[in-house]
Design a protein around this ligand. Structure first.
Ligand SMILES: [Zn+2]
Length: 548
């Protein structure tokens, strides 16, 4: 019996109206996006004109008339032919560090140490903090390879402790007031770190594990300020169409902080948080197992394998080409890494290890081998995978290991990478195409706040191998460039695989979450950097950002 017959028989006029409406205007949904170029990023690389959304999920994709004839919606968005992509994920970022950076003295881009001092004075006159924290200096921008020393800093701030963290987070400059507070002397011994000493006196420069005793003294910012800074970070990410972050390393107390942000402050970013392997966090994993709380997921540990290349902390098989006495440092002992691997195996957690140098990568590949023997779908990751001995490349595919890379690191490091490594080792450095060909997938991110959050800089760096100034003209080791589609997959569906989220995120397909962005400009990867922003960003069918 058709609807018409039901209505005739019942004779209820109101019902007739409802049925008429549904017959002519179609099924009701919450939202329709139409007149768009909807890049599904599915296996067939399908592009559709329109998409219907209900209860936060995609109901159907299709041609303009197909969707508009079939559905009626509370809200319709005419995208004016613009590109729509699944929400981008930054597969390796640090939201909490970025928020804290926003609250500390910003030293990023300082052109000299004098400029660092000027910025500090300005900051302190505004905030009058009892402990001054600055972040983001980089001596390679000052036309020198020499690390700074703290004499001028001591003159300016003789009693207030000052801690200035280098852009890569692997070195810091402390003034004497802070060194005294941390009980650091020229003879203090540190495993996996360096205390720089000159003429029998500490210069204030501390590298890798040597920073730990200073870190423990850094006071927390007032909670209210930190919450606002996190919401500012979220807003910036939404502006770029980023809807998820793999937060690379949080402490136990941060779990409650994220939950509070979600429950009380409308924090909606999909957050895949990696736990630092502290005693409390290991207890958390043992107790809770794989853990989901609204938009927060926890099922991985972040382990620090070595330092960074810029501060010569990355552990290399052979000495640094520009410092023959130096190999770099392993920041976590091998036995400890093996212990964490066992805990990951037992708890079903993923192990995500920071490994920059070819020696650390080789070591991790041999540790990860064990998990592949018991679980083929473990998805354990190497974060950065920056310098690989070409002999070791095939081990990534052999043991099913995910490489999590940051293309902007390649173009930021271009100034000194070859000096550190020499020409021969560069063949296996920032080698994203080689890794992709072997692994079939890459998780792609930025490591913000070390780099900027802008995913279009990532696209430019991955495809053109150039920085925001379009340098170098012919691309930095451009034989390792990947395609625009591959780069976007690294920020969408492959990033979803890297966090076990591919069933609900990463592509725009029927049944998946309606998490996507409409972009102001065409998403492209031409020879010039093309700035772009989201016009709208949606998470689970809800508008979280609009350019208006
Ligand atoms: Zn990182």
């Amino acid at each position: 019996m058709c609807n018409w017959c039901v209505v005739k028989k019942s004779g209820i006029f109101a019902l007739l109206l409802v049925v008429l409406t549904s017959c002519f205007k179609g099924k009701s949904v919450d939202l329709i996006i139409h007149n768009a170029q909807i890049h599904t990023m599915n296996d067939k690389a399908e592009v559709f004109e329109a998409m219907a959304i209900k209860d936060g999920k995609i109901v159907e994709l299709g041609a303009e008339r197909q969707i508009l004839n079939k559905y009626t919606a509370d809200e319709e968005i005419d995208a004016a032919g613009k590109d729509v992509y699944p929400g981008f994920t930054d597969a390796h970022g640090h939201m909490l560090s970025y928020a804290k950076q926003l609250l500390s003295a910003d030293l990023v881009g300082s052109k000299s140490f004098d400029e660092v001092l000027v910025r500090l004075e300005k900051y302190q006159s505004k905030h009058n903090r009892k402990f001054i924290l600055g972040r983001g200096w980089d001596q390679s921008l000052w036309g020198t390879t020499e690390f700074p020393t703290n004499e001028q800093l001591n003159k300016l701030f003789p009693t207030t402790p000052v801690c200035l963290i280098r852009i890569d987070g692997h070195a810091l400059l402390a003034n004497d007031a802070l060194l005294k507070l941390a009980n650091i002397t020229p003879t203090t011994a540190v495993d996996g770190g360096i205390i720089h000493v000159k003429d029998g006196k500490c210069t204030g420069l501390l590298v890798d594990n040597a920073m730990n005793s200073v870190y423990s003294l850094i006071p927390e910012y007032p909670k209210k300020e930190l919450i606002q800074a996190m919401l500012d970070v979220q807003h910036e990410l939404f502006q770029y169409g980023i809807t998820g972050v793999h937060e690379a390393g949080i402490e136990n107390k941060d779990i409650a902080f994220f939950k509070e942000l979600i429950d009380q402050h409308d924090f909606r970013l999909n957050t895949y948080a990696m736990l630092m392997p502290s005693k409390e966090n290991i207890a958390f994993a043992r107790k809770n197992g794989i853990y989901h709380y609204k938009n927060l997921s926890i099922r991985s540990f972040k382990v620090m394998g070595d330092g960074a290349l810029g501060s010569r902390g990355a552990l290399l098989k052979k000495p640094y080409s520009d410092d023959h006495a130096h190999f770099g440092v392993l920041t976590t002992p091998v036995a400890e890494m093996k212990r964490i691997a066992t805990i990951c195996e037992l708890t079903g957690y993923q192990m995500n290890t920071h490994a920059i140098g070819d020696s650390t990568n080789n070591l991790l590949l041999s540790i990860y081998k064990g998990i592949f023997e018991v679980n083929k779908d473990h998805r354990w990751r190497i974060e950065h995978a920056q310098v690989i001995d070409p002999k070791d490349f095939s081990l990534f595919s052999q043991y099913g290991i995910f490489a999590s890379v940051q293309p902007t690191h390649a173009v930021s490091d271009q100034r000194w990478a070859e000096a550190r490594l020499g020409k021969e080792r560069m063949k296996g450095a920032y080698a994203y195409k080689s890794l992709l060909q072997l692994c079939g997938m890459l998780a792609i991110g930025t490591d913000f706040p070390i780099e900027l959050t802008d995913p279009f800089l990532t696209i430019h760096a991955a495809v053109q191998r150039k920085n925001s100034d379009n340098f170098p003209v012919s691309g930095f080791y451009s034989n390792e460039s990947i395609s625009l589609e591959e780069c976007i997959k690294g920020m969408t569906i492959w990033a979803a695989f890297a966090s076990f989220d591919e069933e609900r995120l990463g592509t725009l397909e029927k049944g998946k979450e309606a998490t996507f962005s409409v972009f102001v400009n065409k998403v492209s990867a031409g020879p010039e950097y093309q700035p772009n922003f989201a016009a709208y960003t949606f998470i689970k069918g809800k508008k979280v950002y609009s350019v208006e």
